[in-house]
Design a protein around this ligand. Structure first.
Ligand code: PEP
Ligand code: MG
Length: 596
């Protein structure tokens, strides 16, 4: 029961104190290594039989749910099913139990290691890589043997817990029963990983990148999660519990005070107006959007409603969802982003794409163009919703002019189909693109004549400009939102957009950071779209500043070229003005120092 403090990356503000509950751990590293008495050998072998059988059944059920038109994507599951019924792996594991009297999970791990050694000797790269499938299936079986929790098992927890996991995919996170979870911490993840974004939307304190989480925290340990500073205290002392309950109280009071004025417009003291919209992942967030004073939805991440299901929604189902959304928000605007599937956002029906570099692979608009029917169906649903409210559409991860033409080509096909079917749509619905790639930045002046608006997705723009995987905690210290290249890129896009007479919005996490917002204001950004919970605090900052101050800060920052100097200047200036806001924020500028 010793006290330990762990550091991680704060991704969702707030404090929580509660009991730890592990949803998953890194499988092989945590396999318990015990021997068993002779009398239990056959019981261990029977556990192996059962776990193999259960996993085989689970995989078969998952395979059966794949629609026939997507049968191609079932081949990975098929290969996993074959592995799960491979008599050799099971027989060898049971043999090891018999010969060495060790537990079922340890024996299976050993059996897999033997196969690994055999595979290493094979020349054929393709065959050699198949070991990763064996490992995946074995991990699943080991998880079964260890009785580890799956997301659905959180339902069985009676009190709210602090959820711990090695990693949570966006699909895992939306599958959680949020009424049972007071906060969460994971080993994997970076500053703008989607799990963190979702935690903010769900208003639960969260931290990611907690390297030693699995080493020091056990189920049932009392832990404090400080989602403001990214600190996790295991088995805290009495005075720490008092300190944090005090901080929690102050945080909640601060929150109440900003909520009172959140419906006021985002307008600076000297009358400059910036629209403050919300980023939304799930339909259920809409009440929070309105309560927090959003002037509309500037980014609806439509792919999230594809993540938690085993099938694909049809056009009518999507239309219902989008119409409801548009109607609920009208006359406020809602910007539907077409599917941004791929990378860490994998829909179950498509299985794991198994790409060597998922962030550089088949994601976003590329994925949609590959699945053109699905894309057209989605665009038809957005178009049908366009007559029921104030609707706009944008395409993610556009890299150049051809992609815009291709995407618009599918939009025209969708319009033609709707005309044939007699469905109404708004032919003037604004169509924009997300600016998330350096290539797009450099030709923003050209692209601005092709679309109705730009929305700068800084999460990806930073990832691709600085070459930093946004999910990777090892390089998280290099994920620098105020890198001079990032500042110049955004400024260039804003100027190019304005020159062509189109609006420019910023919708990445940078726009919900109190340190960064004054800089965006100084650039003349027309709107920001941010996590709903950040709106009240950010609006307060906007309302208490002047455009002149923001322009001065931008000028000062543009003359600096070291990120540390920029961060220092920004922190200093903003903190002097808004000490309270900054006490209660998990800034993405934090943790920029080199890892120990
Ligand atoms: C972004 O990249 O900044 C963005 C808003 O899109 P997402 O976080 O969904 O990739
Ligand atoms: Mg993005």
């Amino acid at each position: 029961m010793s006290r330990v403090t762990l550091q991680g990356i704060p991704v969702s503000a707030g404090i929580s104190v509660g009991k730890a509950f592990f949803m998953n751990r890194r499988s092989f590293e945590n396999v318990p290594r015990h021997t068993v008495p002779e009398s239990l050998v056959s019981a261990e072998q029977a556990r192996l039989d059962l776990a193999f059988r259960n996993v085989h059944d689970e995989l078969t059920q998952a395979r059966d749910k794949i629609p026939t038109e997507l049968a191609d994507h079932g081949t990975i599951i098929d290969s996993h099913i074959m592995i799960s019924r491979d008599p050799k792996l099971l027989a060898r594991s049971k043999e090891i139990v018999r010969d060495t009297n060790i537990t079922a999970e340890w024996a299976l791990e050993k059996a897999v290691r033997e196969v690994e050694r055999k595979f290493e000797a094979i020349d054929d790269l393709y065959l050699r890589e198949r070991i990763s499938d064996i490992r995946l299936v074995a991990q699943r079986i080991i998880k079964k043997l260890l009785g580890q929790h799956h997301e659905e098992e959180v339902v069985g927890v009676s009190n709210r817990v602090v959820l711990m996991a090695h990693d949570l995919t966006p699909a895992d996170t939306i599958g959680l029963d949020i009424s049972k979870i007071m906060s969460l911490a994971t080993v994997e993840g970076g500053k703008t990983s989607h799990t963190g974004i979702l935690a903010r939307s769900l208003q639960i304190p969260a931290m990611v990148g907690v390297t030693d989480l699995e080493k020091y925290v056990n189920d049932g340990d009392l832990v404090i999660i400080d989602g403001l500073k990214g600190k996790l205290i295991v088995n805290p002392e009495e005075h720490e519990l008092e300190l944090y309950s005090d901080l929690k109280y102050q945080f909640e009071n601060y929150h109440k005070s900003i909520i009172r004025e959140c419906q006021l417009p985002g307008e600076t003291i000297d009358g400059y107006r910036i629209n403050v919209f919300a980023n939304v992942e799930l339909f259920e967030e809409l009440p929070a959007v309105l309560e927090n004073g959003a002037e509309g939805v500037g980014l609806y991440r439509t792919e999230y409603s594809f993540l938690s299901r085993a099938d694909l929604p049809g056009e009518d189902e999507l239309t219902d969802e989008y119409v409801q959304m548009a109607e609920m928000l009208a006359p406020r605007k809602v910007v539907f982003r077409s599917l941004d599937l791929g990378a860490d956002k994998l829909a179950k029906v498509f299985g794991d794409l198994r790409e060597p570099n998922p962030a550089l692979g088949l994601r976003a608009i590329r994925f949609s163009m590959r699945h053109r029917d699905l894309f057209r169906q989605q665009l038809k649903a957005v178009l049908r919703a366009s007559v029921t409210g104030n609707v706009a559409l944008m395409f993610p991860m556009i890299s150049g002019i051809n992609e815009i033409h291709e995407a618009k080509g599918v939009l025209r096909e969708a319009q033609a189909e709707l005309e044939k079917e007699g469905h109404a749509y708004d032919a003037d619905m604004p169509v924009g693109i997300m600016v998330e790639l350096p290539s797009t930045v450099f030709i923003a002046d050209v692209l601005a004549h092709e679309v109705d608006f730009f929305s700068v997705g800084t999460n990806d723009l930073i990832q691709y400009s600085l070459g930093i995987d946004r999910l990777n905690r090892h390089v998280s210290y290099l994920y620098q939102p105020l890198h001079p290249a990032v500042i110049r890129s955004i400024k260039y896009v804003v100027d190019a957009g304005h020159q062509a007479g189109i609006e420019v919005s910023v919708c990445g996490e940078l726009a919900s950071d109190p340190y960064c917002v004054p800089i965006l204001l100084g650039m003349g950004v027309d709107s920001i779209s941010i996590t709903p919970q950040a709106i009240p605090g950010i609006k307060r900052i906007i309302r208490q500043t002047t455009m002149e101050d923001c322009k001065n800060l931008l000028r000062e920052v543009q003359e600096l070229f070291q990120v540390s100097a920029i961060n220092h200047t920004v922190r200093d200036t903003i903190f002097r003005r808004f000490p309270e806001e900054l006490t209660f924020y998990a800034s993405i500028l934090d943790n920029e120092e080199l890892p120990a």
